[in-house]
Design a protein around this ligand. Structure first.
Ligand SMILES: [Zn+2]
Ligand SMILES: [Zn+2]
Length: 154
């Protein structure tokens, strides 16, 4: 297995971005997020780890990462700003819990097949589909459980 440092170098090179220590450290930090994050989340976590970096540098690098495909960008209904996640090459969608705000990756295979068929129909109509974007909003299992528990307490 490759060390994460050479992984980072490779990632930056294949994205045609200049390899700098700051960007490698940034990638290291991004790998620690278990769910999509904002540029502010990244800045805060760098600061918590004793980093000395300007907010504007973080924003600039995040934007460059998103533009070059290292990061996927997603906007969440009802929330300001953009969320990002490291592109792991997998095609997936998201479920957003409106109560605890957690964002989970989901792989709706049946939906994908239906969307693929529909994209073909659109192609027949002379349209060119490049990608689709799909999000599910609701309440996660954990929040549903704690809801039930609090009902029982009263
Ligand atoms: Zn929840
Ligand atoms: Zn899909």
């Amino acid at each position: 297995m490759q060390s994460s440092l050479s992984n980072h170098t490779e990632r930056l090179r294949s994205a045609k971005l200049k390899v700098t220590k700051a960007r490698q450290e940034l990638l290291d930090n991004l790998e620690k997020f278990s769910q999509p994050f904002t540029a502010d989340d990244v800045y805060d976590s760098l600061m918590l780890n004793g980093g000395e970096v300007h907010r504007s540098t973080v924003y600039r690098d995040i934007t460059a990462f998103a533009r070059s495909g290292i990061l996927n960008e997603l906007s969440i209904h009802g929330r300001n700003g953009h969320y990002y996640e490291l592109d792991d090459g997998s095609h997936h969608h998201h479920f957003i819990c409106k109560e605890c705000n957690i964002i989970s990756s989901i792989f709706p295979e049946k939906v994908e097949r239906a969307l693929e068929e529909f994209a073909q129909e659109l192609t027949h109509d002379g349209l060119e589909v490049e990608y689709h974007s799909l999000k599910f909003y609701g309440v996660c299992a954990l929040c549903l459980t704690s809801r039930t528990n609090s009902v029982f307490k009263h």
